[in-house]
Design a protein around this ligand. Structure first.
Ligand SMILES: [Zn+2]
Ligand SMILES: [Zn+2]
Length: 848
């Protein structure tokens, strides 16, 4: 019999064409009209009897720039495996995709080439569509959209106005991080640890500008507390908690009597108030320049502020860094003792923390201490270690300072002196409260979200400015405010939209007079903060969504994406969900019930990049070995939540595995004649090798089912490899029905990872569509429970451990060892010259 060849380039397009023709992965809303062709799609709707449970599986919205990269292949391979698994378990699965299509790369490309961002984005989207179909990802394409389409951003603008009407969107002047190269304002999060623009690497500067903010800080407590109930990786929750940065303490008022201004500060240590000997403001504090205006200090302060703002927060916060600063020539009153203490501006105080001003207590804070020493300011100890009370005298420079531990209050008024400092903390706050000089307070590191951008390629902020009416929201029935076409995208320190005079000048909807449009556009993170809602009702022209559609699908059951979005995107999407729920538009509080963060795919140990020349493009790899191999490999190479290094030899190994599966199936189908149902052969007659293979098959069902639930796709695929090894080994000695059952089951289990070849194999053997079959169930009676852990060695080093049945012979043990994933990794490409078997214990492969 001539050996048949596995040809993914014939198999894959054939199945893709069928799925496209039949719109297999589309799923309709219960609330909507049924599909006119009568098909429910394999979304699960077709399943008989009662409503199937829903499952919303979603990968983070890709940014369409150029072609999809290997990271997209990985995240969608993970997501597709989950979507398929859920469908086969009987759920109606919503698995949509779209594009996060506004943003700087397309605009920067436009500046370079003159190509309109709309055109370059459309070109990139076409490439994504083509490639995603060639990967065989089970997307419901009927819900696809790009966030740059007016039919989408109309609702982004509507949400902005809802937030505006609720007081959650507001304008204020603020020191903003400014990228001199991109000529735009950056969110704090878009500035990297070195103080550089995340996009272009330029050193970020600071400017005072009127900006739009969203009041995410109103939600800090809820964003923090509600994390507890989410099925998210613990490290992601920790990152969110740290970003929110809750701390308890007190807000204390220091008054500048000369100017009659109150300066509140937040402190976690009100117990040290009696030791406050000076007062420091952050260089970004909006009052710094006002305090010195027209005084001899003005020039020095001005120079210092400009210099300080070019430094990174890390540098500025570093306790080791020599302290710098400039006096403001003013004083404030310490509210607990009435002392006048001098004011300084210094870069070690950050605007992001508290109110941007601190009371400095040099005896009990390292950085305040260093500053006091550098500027020869008084240092007054007010807490003493309990066991050394007698020996302590307060004096600058004395040993044992700064003292940051707990102890007893000293140098304090009688009512607090000698008190345990933690008790004094409460007592002092109560006293401040009574005196109207402060109160207990909680501080968050989280700041309000700066959403305005002085750029072209974004959703216009739907606000008008009228000379008589002031700020006027664009009426809902005039949305969307469409982006006008412009000639020149070059940033000039204001939005390029300002140049579109015909567009900017408009009529005030309130008074009919002339008005000007807001020319800033929205941060693209706004677009991606609600897209998951729109998928539930993507074609709705009358509203952002029908509440019934959201009730049907939300929340997302499984969200999948990179850990680099652990803070911003996830925080913003959670904030939008809560705010929209408060406004009565949603009836749930959290958008993403479960989250999976996949690791990066590296090459030669480092991140793929054009400059390093180590980029593996999905298109080229699929051209070479097909989508099934690429998808299967990327999930097999290691636990998908970890980083994994791409190796072409490993790809070839997976290709050989799929080839063997397909060839063995084709050969078995040919021997068996017409395909027929591959129900598990009856148990009693099976014995010998038939029983062995049957058991192995049920073992694989059990293993893959368990592994899929815990995202262990690599070991799931390895289990199918083990099953196939047994099929190959026993091909001559088992009944045809047993072989057919084992191979059909292998295809069924492999379908979530390699859908085309699995569909083909299942069709050859059984004549049915594998995706319409329920997920296989393991027969408890056939599960080998009598197993031990076989140690797998290569050249005497332990490389893996696999489960072996107690009665497995030496050949089976060798096969098991050779199929162990980490053994394969160490054997690949090398020749096995000897196999040593110690039954019940280990197998050692000698390779060279
Ligand atoms: Zn930049
Ligand atoms: Zn008006």
């Amino acid at each position: 019999m001539a050996e048949r060849r596995y040809d993914p380039h014939e198999i894959e397009p054939r199945w893709q064409a069928l799925w496209a023709r039949e719109r297999t992965w589309e799923v309709s809303n219960e609330s909507a009209e049924p599909r006119s062709d009568g098909r429910g799609g394999a979304g699960g709707a077709a399943r008989a009897g009662g409503r199937a449970p829903k499952s919303y599986v979603l990968e983070m919205l890709p940014y369409p720039s150029g072609e999809p990269h290997i990271g997209h292949l990985k995240v969608y391979s993970v997501g597709d495996a989950i979507a398929h698994f859920h469908r086969r378990l009987g759920a109606r699965v919503l698995h949509p995709m779209g594009y996060d299509a506004f943003g700087l790369p397309a605009e920067n490309h436009a500046i370079k080439t003159g190509v309109h961002p709309r055109d370059s984005t459309a070109e990139s989207i076409a490439s994504f569509q083509r490639q995603f179909r060639s990967w065989g990802i089970s997307i419901d394409w009927s819900r696809e959209f790009a966030t740059c389409e007016p039919s989408y951003y109309r609702w982004t603008q509507w949400i902005f106005l809802e937030l505006f009407r609720a007081g959650l969107a507001y304008r204020k002047e603020a020191a903003v991080k400014w990228c001199p190269k991109d000529q735009t304002v950056l969110a704090n999060e878009q500035v990297d640890a070195e103080g550089r623009c995340e996009r272009c690497g330029a050193l970020v500067e600071v400017k005072q500008l009127e900006q739009w903010f969203l009041r995410i800080t109103d939600y800090a407590e809820r964003l923090l507390n509600d994390l507890d109930a989410l099925e998210w990786p613990e490290h992601v929750k920790t990152m969110q908690r740290n970003w929110i940065g809750r701390s308890e303490g007190a807000e204390v008022i220091f008054r500048c009597e000369e100017l009659g201004i109150d300066y509140p500060v937040f402190t976690t240590r009100p117990d040290t108030l009696f030791g406050a000997t000076f007062f420091v403001m952050a260089p970004e504090h909006p009052d710094v320049m006002r305090l010195v205006h027209g005084t001899p200090h003005e020039q020095a302060v001005h120079d210092y502020v400009n210099h300080a703002l070019t430094e990174t927060n890390e540098e500025r916060g570093n306790a080791e860094k020599p302290k710098t600063g400039v006096p403001l020539g003013r004083t404030v009153t310490n509210p607990v003792n009435g002392e006048q203490i001098p004011m300084y501006v210094a870069d070690y105080v950050l605007m992001e923390y508290g109110t941007g001003a601190i009371m400095a207590v040099p005896a009990h804070d390292e950085r305040d201490y260093a500053f006091a020493r550098a500027f020869d300011l008084p240092i007054r100890r007010v807490i003493a270690p309990k066991n050394a009370l007698d020996t302590v005298e307060a004096a600058p420079g004395e040993d044992g300072l700064p003292f940051v531990g707990d102890g007893m209050l000293i140098n304090a008024p009688a009512e607090f002196d000698g008190m345990d400092n933690r008790e004094a903390l409460g007592a002092i706050v109560a006293w401040l409260d009574r005196e109207g000089k402060g109160h207990a307070s909680v501080n968050y590191r989280l700041r309000d979200w700066l959403v305005s951008r002085q750029r072209y390629w974004g959703a216009p902020i739907p606000i008008l400015y009228c000379e008589s009416c002031g700020m006027v929201p664009v009426p809902d029935d005039q949305l969307p405010v469409e982006l006008p076409d412009i000639e020149d995208y070059t940033p000039k320190g204001r939005s390029p939209l300002a140049a579109a005079e015909d567009w900017v000048n408009t009529t005030c909807p309130k008074c009919g007079g002339s008005a000007r449009r807001e020319t800033d556009t929205m941060d693209t993170f706004v677009d991606s903060s609600w897209y998951f809602l729109r998928y539930c009702d993507a074609r709705n022209e009358h509203a952002a969504w029908d509440p019934a559609a959201l009730r049907e699908w939300m929340p997302v059951d499984q969200y999948i994406g990179g850990v680099e979005h652990a803070i911003l995107h996830l925080m913003y999407a959670r904030f939008f969900t809560k705010a929209l729920a408060d406004l009565g538009h949603l009836d749930f509080q959290e958008p993403f019930q479960a989250l999976f963060t996949q690791g990066m795919v590296t090459k030669d140990g480092s991140k793929m990049s054009k400059s390093k020349g180590n980029v593996v493009s999905p298109a080229s790899i699929i051209e070479r070995v097909g989508a099934d191999t690429a998808r299967c490999y990327i999930l097999f190479v290691g636990p998908p939540d970890q980083d994994a290094d791409w190796a072409d030899e490993g790809v070839d190994g997976v290709f050989r595995f799929l080839s063997r599966l397909w060839r063995l199936a084709a050969e078995t189908a040919e021997r068996a004649g017409a395909p027929r149902a591959a129900a598990s052969p009856a148990v009693p007659p099976a014995e010998g090798d038939d029983l062995t293979l049957l058991r192995k098959t049920h073992w694989a069902i059990d293993k893959v089912s368990t592994d899929l639930r815990r995202f262990a796709f690599n070991t799931a695929i390895a289990a199918v490899m083990e099953l196939l090894n047994d099929c190959s080994r026993l091909r001559e000695s088992v009944e045809l029905d047993t072989m057919r059952f084992a191979l059909a089951t292998a295809a069924s289990l492999l379908f979530p990872f390699a859908p085309h070849v699995s569909s083909d194999v299942y069709d050859l053997l059984v004549g049915e569509r594998v995706w319409e079959q329920p997920w296989p169930q393991a027969e408890e009676a056939l599960l080998e429970r009598d197993v031990y852990e076989l140690v797998c060695q290569v050249n005497g080093k332990v490389r893996d451990r696999v489960q072996a049945s107690a009665d497995a012979g030496p050949e089976t043990l060798k096969d098991l060892c050779r199929a162990a994933p980490n053994v394969m990794a160490h054997v690949d490409g090398k020749e096995i010259v000897k196999e040593i078997v110690v039954p019940g214990k280990l197998v050692n492969l000698v390779v060279r």
